[in-house]
Design a protein around this ligand. Structure first.
Ligand SMILES: Nc1ncnc2c1ncn2[C@@H]1O[C@H](COP(=O)(O)OP(=O)(O)OP(=O)(O)O)[C@@H](O)[C@H]1O
Length: 257
């Protein structure tokens, strides 16, 4: 059996005496595009950060068990906060993603420019290469930061609300790209709020509520009308479309009103 790209067991986080993540077991294998869903404050970001070893946690994550240099070559992370500290050209910001690939002499790979240009072209960002990263719109910057993740060509990608701030066409393009990367053998763990996109593009959904995983299965088994009401407070229905069944939230459920 192919070993998982991410393996988490008994992961827990307590902050300021409050448990914000507890007993989380999860694995992501090659070929999987796993959507991490749940209402605000459910623990999605906490899970991603703990899995990467960015915050103090209990339990096991296969990533934190790796030396940092190996971890950086294995997993790329797209954080929820999108801040760029320096007014650097987009091309240079994307090239920073290749820092873990430096040789012992601290030089970047010889084909850096080529790799960066390729990823910018693939994301239709070629015209942005010489723009200053701090002078982009929110959605443009989001795509540039995604380029910085993709240029790393890591087996595993963790993305926190990567579709936030993107227009609808860009959201669909991004989810399609993540699914494509999974089909090509990568492992993806992406948190998102759009349950329609999650159901359509993810191979599996992990539903979180109050710091715990409450369901982990193929999308239509996770997103049942009962869970939509009990976890999200929504009345929702599936509508048949040529692309397959499409989940449409209709209103706040009786339980939420
Ligand atoms: N730095 C922090 N210190 C203390 N508590 C925190 C901190 N960051 C988050 N929390 C709490 O941890 C819980 C989980 O937060 P987290 O950001 O993981 O949720 P989330 O599912 O990603 O939410 P959202 O969809 O709103 O981004 C929340 O109750 C939040 O208030």
């Amino acid at each position: 059996m192919t070993p998982p790209l991410l393996d988490i067991a008994g992961l827990g986080v307590a902050r300021r005496g409050r448990t914000t993540l507890s007993g989380v077991n999860l694995s992501v294998g090659p070929g999987e595009c796993v959507g991490l869903i749940g209402p605000n404050g459910a623990g999605k970001t906490t899970l991603l950060q703990a899995a990467l070893g960015l915050i103090r946690h209990q339990g096991h994550s296969s990533l934190t068990a790796m030396p940092p240099s190996q971890r950086a070559l294995h997993a790329a992370f797209l954080p929820q906060t999108r801040t760029v500290a320096w007014p650097m050209p987009v091309r240079d910001l994307v090239a920073l993603g290749l820092l873990p690939h430096r040789s012992r002499k601290a030089t970047l790979p010889r084909d850096t420019a080529h790799l960066v240009d390729d990823v910018l072209a693939a994301l239709d960002l070629g015209d942005f290469a010489d723009r200053t990263a701090t002078e982009l719109s929110g959605g443009e910057l989001a795509r540039v930061l995604l380029a910085r993740v993709l240029v790393q060509r890591t087996p595993l990608i963790l993305a926190d609300e990567s579709t936030a701030g993107l227009d609808l066409a860009q959201q669909i393009a991004l989810m399609g790209r993540l699914r494509q990367l999974a089909s090509a053998g990568r492992g993806i763990l992406v948190s998102l709020h759009d349950l329609g996109l999650a159901a359509r593009f993810c191979t599996r959904l992990v539903l979180m509520q109050q710091g715990q995983i409450v369901a982990d299965d193929i999308p239509h088994r996770v997103l049942t009308p009962e869970r939509m009401a009990s976890v999200f407070g929504l009345a929702a229905t599936y509508v048949d479309t040529p692309e397959g069944p499409f989940l449409v939230p209709l209103a706040l459920s009786d339980r939420a009103t």
